[in-house]
Write a protein that binds this ligand. Structure first.
Ligand code: F6P
Length: 357
Protein backbone atom coordinates (compact mmCIF):
# COMPACT_ATOMS: atom_id res chain seq x y z
CA UNK A 1 0.00 0.00 0.00
CA UNK A 2 1.14 3.54 -0.67
CA UNK A 3 0.70 6.29 1.89
CA UNK A 4 1.18 10.05 1.49
CA UNK A 5 1.84 12.52 4.30
CA UNK A 6 1.53 16.30 4.17
CA UNK A 7 1.78 19.06 6.76
CA UNK A 8 -0.31 22.18 6.29
CA UNK A 9 -0.95 25.49 8.06
CA UNK A 10 1.30 27.20 10.63
CA UNK A 11 3.96 24.84 11.90
CA UNK A 12 4.41 23.81 15.52
CA UNK A 13 6.53 21.50 17.61
CA UNK A 14 5.68 17.85 17.05
CA UNK A 15 4.91 17.70 13.32
CA UNK A 16 8.03 15.64 12.67
CA UNK A 17 7.27 13.43 15.66
CA UNK A 18 3.87 12.58 14.13
CA UNK A 19 5.45 11.88 10.72
CA UNK A 20 7.87 9.53 12.49
CA UNK A 21 5.14 7.68 14.38
CA UNK A 22 3.01 7.22 11.26
CA UNK A 23 6.03 5.97 9.34
CA UNK A 24 7.27 3.60 12.04
CA UNK A 25 3.81 2.07 12.49
CA UNK A 26 3.28 1.53 8.78
CA UNK A 27 6.74 0.09 8.18
CA UNK A 28 6.27 -2.35 11.03
CA UNK A 29 2.66 -3.35 10.50
CA UNK A 30 1.80 -3.06 6.80
CA UNK A 31 3.42 -5.36 4.24
CA UNK A 32 5.40 -3.51 1.59
CA UNK A 33 4.28 -0.13 2.89
CA UNK A 34 5.51 2.69 0.69
CA UNK A 35 5.50 6.15 2.21
CA UNK A 36 5.86 9.44 0.38
CA UNK A 37 6.07 12.99 1.65
CA UNK A 38 4.21 15.76 -0.16
CA UNK A 39 6.05 19.10 0.23
CA UNK A 40 4.40 22.37 1.30
CA UNK A 41 1.01 20.96 2.21
CA UNK A 42 -1.85 21.15 -0.27
CA UNK A 43 0.26 23.38 -2.52
CA UNK A 44 2.52 20.38 -3.15
CA UNK A 45 -0.47 18.15 -3.83
CA UNK A 46 -1.86 20.67 -6.31
CA UNK A 47 1.53 20.67 -8.04
CA UNK A 48 1.68 16.87 -7.85
CA UNK A 49 5.02 16.67 -6.02
CA UNK A 50 6.08 13.85 -3.74
CA UNK A 51 9.22 12.05 -2.66
CA UNK A 52 9.88 8.79 -0.83
CA UNK A 53 10.25 8.71 2.95
CA UNK A 54 12.47 5.87 4.09
CA UNK A 55 13.18 4.47 7.53
CA UNK A 56 16.40 6.52 7.55
CA UNK A 57 14.40 9.70 6.91
CA UNK A 58 12.44 9.03 10.11
CA UNK A 59 15.57 8.92 12.27
CA UNK A 60 15.85 11.79 14.73
CA UNK A 61 12.41 13.19 13.96
CA UNK A 62 10.98 12.73 17.45
CA UNK A 63 12.74 15.79 18.79
CA UNK A 64 13.20 17.86 15.64
CA UNK A 65 11.19 21.12 15.47
CA UNK A 66 9.40 22.38 12.35
CA UNK A 67 8.40 20.00 9.56
CA UNK A 68 10.76 18.19 7.20
CA UNK A 69 7.93 18.28 4.63
CA UNK A 70 7.65 22.09 4.86
CA UNK A 71 4.28 23.78 5.05
CA UNK A 72 2.16 26.71 3.86
CA UNK A 73 -0.26 28.91 5.73
CA UNK A 74 -1.94 30.17 2.57
CA UNK A 75 -5.69 29.53 2.86
CA UNK A 76 -6.75 26.86 0.40
CA UNK A 77 -9.05 29.24 -1.48
CA UNK A 78 -6.09 31.57 -2.08
CA UNK A 79 -3.68 28.94 -3.37
CA UNK A 80 -2.57 29.27 -6.98
CA UNK A 81 -5.02 27.82 -9.47
CA UNK A 82 -3.35 25.29 -11.78
CA UNK A 83 -2.26 26.92 -15.04
CA UNK A 84 -3.26 23.92 -17.11
CA UNK A 85 -6.89 24.23 -16.04
CA UNK A 86 -9.15 22.50 -13.53
CA UNK A 87 -9.74 23.56 -9.95
CA UNK A 88 -7.43 23.25 -6.98
CA UNK A 89 -9.60 20.41 -5.71
CA UNK A 90 -9.80 18.53 -9.02
CA UNK A 91 -6.02 18.88 -9.40
CA UNK A 92 -5.44 17.45 -5.92
CA UNK A 93 -7.78 14.52 -6.58
CA UNK A 94 -6.10 13.84 -9.92
CA UNK A 95 -2.63 13.93 -8.32
CA UNK A 96 -3.76 11.71 -5.44
CA UNK A 97 -4.74 9.13 -8.07
CA UNK A 98 -1.66 9.73 -10.23
CA UNK A 99 0.58 9.15 -7.22
CA UNK A 100 -1.25 5.89 -6.62
CA UNK A 101 -2.02 6.71 -3.00
CA UNK A 102 -4.12 4.40 -0.88
CA UNK A 103 -4.30 6.94 1.91
CA UNK A 104 -3.25 10.53 2.59
CA UNK A 105 -2.41 11.76 6.12
CA UNK A 106 -3.08 15.46 6.57
CA UNK A 107 -1.38 16.98 9.62
CA UNK A 108 -2.86 20.38 10.28
CA UNK A 109 -5.30 22.73 11.92
CA UNK A 110 -8.93 23.68 11.33
CA UNK A 111 -8.35 24.91 7.76
CA UNK A 112 -6.41 21.77 6.88
CA UNK A 113 -9.25 19.59 8.15
CA UNK A 114 -11.77 21.54 6.08
CA UNK A 115 -9.80 20.84 2.91
CA UNK A 116 -9.26 17.21 4.01
CA UNK A 117 -13.05 16.83 4.25
CA UNK A 118 -13.41 18.11 0.67
CA UNK A 119 -10.85 15.59 -0.56
CA UNK A 120 -12.61 12.84 1.32
CA UNK A 121 -15.93 13.76 -0.28
CA UNK A 122 -14.23 13.43 -3.66
CA UNK A 123 -13.35 9.82 -2.85
CA UNK A 124 -9.78 10.17 -1.56
CA UNK A 125 -8.88 8.15 1.54
CA UNK A 126 -7.89 10.83 4.04
CA UNK A 127 -6.93 10.70 7.72
CA UNK A 128 -6.27 13.90 9.66
CA UNK A 129 -4.09 14.51 12.70
CA UNK A 130 -4.94 17.62 14.76
CA UNK A 131 -2.09 20.12 15.05
CA UNK A 132 -1.86 23.72 16.25
CA UNK A 133 -0.49 25.87 19.01
CA UNK A 134 -3.95 27.48 19.07
CA UNK A 135 -5.68 24.32 20.40
CA UNK A 136 -8.83 25.41 18.57
CA UNK A 137 -9.77 22.29 16.60
CA UNK A 138 -13.29 21.17 17.33
CA UNK A 139 -13.76 17.63 18.64
CA UNK A 140 -10.40 17.09 20.33
CA UNK A 141 -9.53 18.00 23.90
CA UNK A 142 -6.05 18.99 22.86
CA UNK A 143 -4.01 19.42 19.69
CA UNK A 144 -0.36 18.44 19.37
CA UNK A 145 2.02 21.41 19.61
CA UNK A 146 -0.18 23.25 22.09
CA UNK A 147 1.46 22.02 25.29
CA UNK A 148 4.94 22.87 23.99
CA UNK A 149 3.75 26.38 23.17
CA UNK A 150 2.25 26.72 26.66
CA UNK A 151 5.66 25.78 28.12
CA UNK A 152 7.47 28.26 25.88
CA UNK A 153 5.10 31.13 26.61
CA UNK A 154 5.10 30.41 30.34
CA UNK A 155 8.89 30.40 30.41
CA UNK A 156 9.08 33.66 28.43
CA UNK A 157 6.46 35.22 30.69
CA UNK A 158 8.44 34.20 33.80
CA UNK A 159 11.54 35.87 32.40
CA UNK A 160 9.72 39.03 31.42
CA UNK A 161 8.12 39.18 34.84
CA UNK A 162 11.51 39.51 36.57
CA UNK A 163 12.47 42.60 34.57
CA UNK A 164 8.98 44.04 34.90
CA UNK A 165 9.08 43.69 38.67
CA UNK A 166 12.57 45.22 38.84
CA UNK A 167 11.36 48.29 36.97
CA UNK A 168 7.95 48.62 38.62
CA UNK A 169 6.20 48.60 35.26
CA UNK A 170 3.06 47.35 33.64
CA UNK A 171 3.91 44.80 30.96
CA UNK A 172 1.79 43.38 28.18
CA UNK A 173 2.95 40.08 26.71
CA UNK A 174 1.38 39.34 23.34
CA UNK A 175 0.68 35.67 22.71
CA UNK A 176 -0.40 34.02 19.42
CA UNK A 177 -4.05 33.15 18.92
CA UNK A 178 -6.24 35.12 16.59
CA UNK A 179 -9.60 33.50 17.12
CA UNK A 180 -9.08 31.40 20.23
CA UNK A 181 -7.45 32.36 23.53
CA UNK A 182 -6.40 28.92 24.82
CA UNK A 183 -2.68 29.58 24.67
CA UNK A 184 -2.99 32.97 26.36
CA UNK A 185 -5.37 31.64 29.00
CA UNK A 186 -3.43 28.56 30.00
CA UNK A 187 0.05 30.08 29.88
CA UNK A 188 -1.29 33.23 31.55
CA UNK A 189 -2.66 31.21 34.46
CA UNK A 190 0.50 29.06 34.60
CA UNK A 191 2.72 32.15 34.71
CA UNK A 192 0.62 34.02 37.25
CA UNK A 193 -0.60 36.84 34.99
CA UNK A 194 -2.67 39.46 36.78
CA UNK A 195 -4.83 40.08 33.74
CA UNK A 196 -5.62 37.90 30.71
CA UNK A 197 -7.16 39.32 27.54
CA UNK A 198 -8.57 36.81 25.04
CA UNK A 199 -10.74 37.05 21.91
CA UNK A 200 -13.63 35.22 23.57
CA UNK A 201 -14.00 37.91 26.27
CA UNK A 202 -13.94 41.39 24.70
CA UNK A 203 -12.28 43.83 27.08
CA UNK A 204 -13.27 47.30 28.19
CA UNK A 205 -10.53 49.94 28.07
CA UNK A 206 -11.72 51.68 31.24
CA UNK A 207 -11.94 48.36 33.09
CA UNK A 208 -8.38 47.46 32.05
CA UNK A 209 -6.97 50.82 33.20
CA UNK A 210 -9.04 50.78 36.40
CA UNK A 211 -7.65 47.35 37.24
CA UNK A 212 -4.04 48.50 36.82
CA UNK A 213 -4.75 51.72 38.78
CA UNK A 214 -6.34 49.75 41.60
CA UNK A 215 -3.26 47.57 41.84
CA UNK A 216 -1.04 50.64 42.04
CA UNK A 217 -3.36 52.15 44.68
CA UNK A 218 -3.13 48.91 46.66
CA UNK A 219 0.66 49.16 46.70
CA UNK A 220 1.35 46.52 44.04
CA UNK A 221 4.43 47.70 42.19
CA UNK A 222 3.93 45.98 38.84
CA UNK A 223 1.31 44.31 36.67
CA UNK A 224 1.66 41.47 34.15
CA UNK A 225 -0.92 41.22 31.38
CA UNK A 226 -1.17 38.33 28.89
CA UNK A 227 -2.77 39.54 25.64
CA UNK A 228 -3.89 37.24 22.85
CA UNK A 229 -3.07 38.71 19.44
CA UNK A 230 -6.79 38.47 18.65
CA UNK A 231 -7.94 40.26 21.83
CA UNK A 232 -10.66 42.80 21.05
CA UNK A 233 -12.11 45.89 22.62
CA UNK A 234 -15.79 45.52 23.46
CA UNK A 235 -16.48 48.35 21.01
CA UNK A 236 -14.94 46.42 18.11
CA UNK A 237 -16.10 42.92 18.98
CA UNK A 238 -18.71 43.02 16.23
CA UNK A 239 -16.07 43.49 13.51
CA UNK A 240 -14.27 40.69 11.69
CA UNK A 241 -10.46 40.59 11.83
CA UNK A 242 -10.07 42.17 8.37
CA UNK A 243 -12.49 44.97 9.28
CA UNK A 244 -10.86 45.61 12.65
CA UNK A 245 -7.69 47.19 11.31
CA UNK A 246 -9.80 49.96 9.85
CA UNK A 247 -11.54 50.83 13.09
CA UNK A 248 -8.36 50.87 15.18
CA UNK A 249 -6.90 54.28 15.94
CA UNK A 250 -3.61 53.51 14.19
CA UNK A 251 -4.61 52.52 10.70
CA UNK A 252 -3.41 49.08 9.76
CA UNK A 253 -2.53 48.02 13.30
CA UNK A 254 -2.89 44.26 13.33
CA UNK A 255 -3.03 43.70 17.09
CA UNK A 256 -4.26 45.84 19.95
CA UNK A 257 -1.22 45.39 22.22
CA UNK A 258 0.80 48.52 21.40
CA UNK A 259 -2.27 50.73 21.56
CA UNK A 260 -3.20 49.25 24.92
CA UNK A 261 0.30 49.86 26.29
CA UNK A 262 0.10 53.51 25.29
CA UNK A 263 -3.33 54.02 26.82
CA UNK A 264 -2.50 52.20 30.07
CA UNK A 265 0.74 54.16 30.46
CA UNK A 266 -0.96 57.51 29.82
CA UNK A 267 -3.96 56.83 32.09
CA UNK A 268 -2.23 55.16 35.04
CA UNK A 269 1.05 57.05 35.01
CA UNK A 270 2.97 53.78 35.36
CA UNK A 271 5.70 53.03 32.83
CA UNK A 272 4.17 50.50 30.47
CA UNK A 273 5.91 48.26 27.94
CA UNK A 274 4.89 45.41 25.69
CA UNK A 275 6.61 42.36 24.31
CA UNK A 276 5.42 40.35 21.30
CA UNK A 277 6.54 36.72 21.66
CA UNK A 278 5.96 35.88 17.98
CA UNK A 279 7.38 32.86 16.25
CA UNK A 280 9.41 31.46 19.11
CA UNK A 281 6.04 30.05 20.20
CA UNK A 282 5.99 27.77 17.17
CA UNK A 283 9.62 26.77 17.01
CA UNK A 284 11.85 24.24 18.66
CA UNK A 285 11.68 20.74 20.02
CA UNK A 286 8.41 19.33 21.40
CA UNK A 287 8.09 18.97 25.17
CA UNK A 288 7.82 15.46 26.64
CA UNK A 289 4.01 15.64 26.74
CA UNK A 290 3.86 16.47 23.04
CA UNK A 291 6.41 13.80 22.11
CA UNK A 292 4.18 11.24 23.75
CA UNK A 293 0.98 12.72 22.31
CA UNK A 294 2.44 12.92 18.79
CA UNK A 295 3.60 9.33 18.99
CA UNK A 296 0.16 8.21 20.17
CA UNK A 297 -1.75 10.27 17.59
CA UNK A 298 0.54 9.32 14.72
CA UNK A 299 0.56 5.63 15.60
CA UNK A 300 -3.21 5.66 16.01
CA UNK A 301 -3.78 7.45 12.68
CA UNK A 302 -1.58 4.88 10.94
CA UNK A 303 -3.52 2.05 12.62
CA UNK A 304 -6.78 3.56 11.31
CA UNK A 305 -5.25 3.53 7.83
CA UNK A 306 -4.13 -0.09 8.17
CA UNK A 307 -7.70 -0.98 9.18
CA UNK A 308 -9.12 0.92 6.20
CA UNK A 309 -10.95 3.51 8.27
CA UNK A 310 -10.83 6.73 6.27
CA UNK A 311 -12.54 10.13 6.20
CA UNK A 312 -11.66 10.66 9.85
CA UNK A 313 -9.26 12.55 12.06
CA UNK A 314 -7.50 11.37 15.20
CA UNK A 315 -8.57 13.11 18.39
CA UNK A 316 -7.99 13.19 22.14
CA UNK A 317 -10.91 12.52 24.46
CA UNK A 318 -10.01 12.48 28.13
CA UNK A 319 -7.05 10.13 28.40
CA UNK A 320 -7.91 8.26 25.23
CA UNK A 321 -7.04 8.64 21.58
CA UNK A 322 -10.09 8.30 19.38
CA UNK A 323 -11.33 9.66 16.07
CA UNK A 324 -13.98 11.96 14.60
CA UNK A 325 -15.59 11.81 11.19
CA UNK A 326 -14.22 14.67 9.07
CA UNK A 327 -17.67 16.06 8.12
CA UNK A 328 -18.53 16.33 11.84
CA UNK A 329 -15.63 18.61 12.67
CA UNK A 330 -14.66 20.34 9.40
CA UNK A 331 -15.04 24.11 9.51
CA UNK A 332 -15.78 24.14 13.25
CA UNK A 333 -13.64 25.70 15.97
CA UNK A 334 -13.26 25.09 19.69
CA UNK A 335 -13.27 28.28 21.73
CA UNK A 336 -12.64 29.12 25.36
CA UNK A 337 -15.95 29.12 27.22
CA UNK A 338 -16.20 32.51 29.01
CA UNK A 339 -18.44 30.79 31.59
CA UNK A 340 -16.27 27.68 31.84
CA UNK A 341 -14.25 26.26 34.71
CA UNK A 342 -10.86 27.68 33.76
CA UNK A 343 -12.09 31.25 33.38
CA UNK A 344 -14.18 30.98 36.55
CA UNK A 345 -11.21 29.62 38.49
CA UNK A 346 -9.00 32.42 37.22
CA UNK A 347 -11.56 35.04 38.20
CA UNK A 348 -11.98 33.44 41.62
CA UNK A 349 -8.31 34.03 42.42
CA UNK A 350 -8.41 37.64 41.27
CA UNK A 351 -7.28 37.43 37.65
CA UNK A 352 -9.03 40.07 35.57
CA UNK A 353 -10.22 39.52 32.02
CA UNK A 354 -10.46 43.23 31.39
CA UNK A 355 -14.25 43.17 31.31
CA UNK A 356 -16.80 44.57 33.73
CA UNK A 357 -17.63 41.14 35.23
O1 F6P B 1 -2.41 29.08 13.49
C1 F6P B 1 -1.20 29.15 14.11
C2 F6P B 1 -0.69 30.57 14.22
O2 F6P B 1 0.53 30.48 14.88
C3 F6P B 1 -1.63 31.56 14.89
O3 F6P B 1 -1.61 31.50 16.29
C4 F6P B 1 -1.10 32.88 14.37
O4 F6P B 1 -2.11 33.86 14.40
C5 F6P B 1 -0.73 32.53 12.98
O5 F6P B 1 -0.45 31.14 12.95
C6 F6P B 1 0.46 33.31 12.43
O6 F6P B 1 0.70 32.89 11.15
P1 F6P B 1 1.80 33.41 10.13
O7 F6P B 1 2.90 32.39 10.17
O8 F6P B 1 1.12 33.42 8.81
O9 F6P B 1 2.24 34.77 10.58
Amino acid sequence: MKFGILTSGGDCAGLNAVIRAIGLYLLKNVNNAEIVGIPEGYAGLIRGESYPLTREDLEGLLTLGGTILRTRRTPFKRMTVPEEGGTRLSKMVANYKKMGLDCLFTLGGAGTHKTAALLSMEGCNVIGVPKTIDNDIYGTDVTFGFRTAVEVVTDAFDRIETTTRSHSRTMLVEVMGNKAGWLTLQSGIAAGAHMILIPEIPFNLDAVCDFVSSRIAAGETYTMIAVAEGAVLDSEARFKKEERVFVRPEQGEATVTRHLAEVIGARTGQETRYSVLGYLQRGGTPCAYDRLLCTRLGGYAAKLAAEGRFGVTAAVSGNNITFNALPDIAGKYKFVDPQGEEVALARSIGISFGDRA
